[in-house]
Write a protein of this length. Structure first.
Lengths: 161, 498
């Protein structure tokens, strides 16, 4: 299906959810004439209109060039990277999940190693060396130099500074 | 009013010198990495500025911008891959010069032209910004509303060929800006009872998510194996060469000024326009495309000029005219500095630091540019899997620095996915960022105006500044609509003829 049609449908769905959600905003005695829900209502309606316009435009355009196949090839090529990109993002999500347990140095080292392997680094001694070096480097920069409190981790609590 | 002694103090203040040179160095390194644009380089460093003194933080970001514009030309000349979008025009003759064994010369021309462009841009920034800010005294909430709308009108020229998508992205950005506490009544909106959301979604998270994370996701799996020659050294141009380049550099300065002031202009357009005009006015146009020194000087002067002149509408009116200035705007907001006229009244120190820090960075660029070249080459030549891993870890560490919050990391990752999907479906991300950044100002000034007028919308037509700003916004949108219709008609005619 045409990407713009799907995008338009998603925009309409988002606007509907947002509108319904904005109806739940509490009234305040301090509120002005517009109110806390005023702008959200307007935004939801505008987004729905734009979503509908996008669908109409996409349908009109596809009707005008039904014979052309070049666009779909391009779309397929773009979509091919989506699973890979999501996989990459999941590594970040995994880092967020394990950080409270592993602590900062181990967490960063695991993240660097995982990303490097995911991106095609040869599986040899370089990966753990780079990962541990990276973890220590960032720990030195963030924790020691900038004084940022990064999670110490529950696994190694008491072992690391 | 800034006095000579204030400037002298800032010039001799050690931390600002460190900040300027540090920012410049980071900017050159980031700009030299293909795929990492000036805005991404700035977004990467943004979380680190959170704990800094506001004046130094903003100066740092401005210096990163200056450095990134030069850094982008290094891979453009050496491996025919522009480090930043605005150095794309430099590829044409820069790489040709490299093929002729004159890479060091091309890098020297790029460096010196960048310095000239940056100095000219800085002079214009100092000359034009403060007079424009005098309008500040007359600003009312209705004027601020007009200002916010003018800022949002930039969307029309940055929608990448689809105004509908640009507007939709902006509205989603405005929706994100409504999360948190209502600016007038104080009630909470869309917070899901999560305490982390009470103060809203930090624009920095949106920028890092949409720019940096999206870029890393897009690059995932790609294989760029072009390596830089590690023996190259910069050769600064002689006086005679500089004299020969003066015309093309002047063209770059003028067009860089024009494009920096124009919302949606940006370094890329300025660079290509300058390249064209330099060729038109050159005594040796036949050399363009075959290794012309002027073909390197003109675009590099232009994009470096833009790095300074793009700050004029940002600092005077709070209008970000490019991705990079949008990140700078995010930096200002992060430090509670309201962009626009009040900045000059209440935070003169910040403005002075930008001026002085930029000046230090521009002058230091000659030395740092030469010294740092081997480091840039080393960095670009690192295997991409490790480079990606280190950048990803840097981004996530930086985000955590903002509020020591894992929740922020989740939001940024989520926005990275949104940005990637937007890229897939060809939705521009800048309008969304503008929506997030300007949303609060537009809503609060609109509602405050209505409170003052007792709910009468006529107040927006009674304020002369507000009317002017809304009028300019209308003109921008009108021109963009005209261009979009014209482009659509051209495409239709082309399809019909083929």
């Amino acid at each position: 299906m045409n990407k713009d049609v799907v995008s338009g449908a998603i925009l309409i769905a988002v606007s509907g959810i947002y509108y319904a959600w904005s109806n739940q905003i509490a009234e305040s005695t301090l509120s002005d004439e517009v109110g806390a829900a005023g702008l959200p209502h307007v935004l939801a309606i505008l987004l729905a209109i734009l979503g509908a316009l996008l669908i109409v435009r996409a349908l009109l355009a596809s009707a005008a060039r039904t014979a052309s196949a070049s666009g779909s090839d391009d779309d397929d090529h773009n979509n091919a990277g989506l699973p890979r990109a999501i996989g990459f993002l999941l590594l970040g999500a995994l880092y967020v999940f394990i950080l409270p347990f592993t602590g900062y140095i181990t967490g960063v080292a695991l993240l660097i190693a995982a990303v490097a392997i995911y991106e095609g680094a040869p599986r040899n001694w370089t990966v753990p060396v780079a990962a541990i070096g990276g973890g220590l480097l960032y720990w030195a920069i963030f924790v020691k130099l900038l004084g940022v409190h990064q999670p110490a981790g529950t696994i190694f609590q008491g072992l690391l500074p | 009013m800034t006095t000579f002694w204030d400037i002298l103090h800032l010039l001799t203040a050690t931390p600002l010198v460190f900040v300027a040179i540090g920012g410049l160095t980071w900017g050159i390194l980031g700009g030299a990495l293909p795929g990492i644009s000036a805005s991404i380089t700035m977004a990467l460093v943004l979380p680190f500025t959170y704990t800094m003194d506001p004046a130094q933080a903003i100066a740092l970001l401005a210096c990163v911008y200056i450095g990134a514009e030069y850094g982008g030309s290094i891979p453009a000349i050496l491996i025919r891959t522009p480090g930043t979008n605005s150095s794309a025009a430099t590829v044409i003759d820069g790489y040709e010069l490299n093929r002729q064994g004159r890479a060091g010369e091309a890098l020297g021309i790029s460096l010196m032209s960048g310095v000239i462009g940056s100095l000219f841009g800085l002079a214009m920034l100092i000359l034009l910004t403060e007079p424009l800010s005098w309008l500040a005294l007359a600003f009312t909430p209705a004027s601020y509303f007009g200002l916010g709308i003018l800022g949002l009108s930039v969307i029309a020229s940055m929608s990448g060929g689809s105004l509908i998508k640009g507007l939709a992205a902006a509205i989603v950005g405005l929706m994100i800006a409504t999360v948190g506490t209502d600016p007038i009544s104080g009630v909470t909106r869309f917070t899901l009872d999560i305490p982390d959301l009470l103060s809203g979604i930090d624009p920095v998270l949106v920028m890092v998510g949409l720019f940096a994370l999206t870029e890393l996701m897009s690059q995932s799996g790609s294989s760029n194996t072009k390596l830089l020659n590690e023996t190259i050294k910069i050769k600064l141009p002689s006086f005679a060469m500089m004299n020969r380049l003066r015309r093309s550099q002047a063209i770059g300065c003028v067009l860089g000024l024009f494009e920096g002031l124009t919302p949606g202009g940006g370094g890329s357009i300025a660079a290509f326009m300058s390249y064209n005009e330099a060729k038109r006015w050159s005594k040796t146009p036949e050399l363009f495309g075959k290794g012309s020194e002027e073909g390197v000087a003109a675009p590099e002067t232009a994009n470096n000029t833009v790095a300074s002149t793009a700050l004029i509408p940002l600092l005077s009116f709070g209008i970000p005219s490019s991705n990079s200035t949008a990140v700078l705007l995010g930096g200002l907001l992060m430090h509670g500095l309201i962009p626009g006229p009040r900045l000059f009244e209440q935070s003169a120190q910040v403005i002075d630091s930008i001026y002085v820090g930029s000046f230090i960075a521009i002058i230091a660029q000659i030395g740092v540019g030469i010294i740092i070249l081997p480091a840039c080459i080393w960095l670009v030549n690192r295997p991409r899997p490790y480079r990606t891993g280190f950048i990803f870890a840097l981004i996530l560490s930086g985000i955590f620095t903002l509020n020591n919050s894992l929740f922020d990391l989740g939001i940024a990752l989520g926005l990275g996915l949104v940005g990637y999907l937007m890229r897939l479906t060809r939705f521009p991300v800048l309008p969304m960022i503008l929506g997030v950044v300007l949303g609060h100002m537009v809503e609060s000034s609109y509602r405050r105006s209505l409170v003052l007028s007792g709910g009468d919308h006529v107040i927006f037509l009674q304020d002369p500044i507000g009317v002017c700003l809304l009028g300019i916004a209308l003109i921008f949108v009108g021109f963009s609509l005209r261009r979009e219709f014209r482009d659509a008609r051209k495409t239709k005619l082309k399809e019909a003829s083929s």
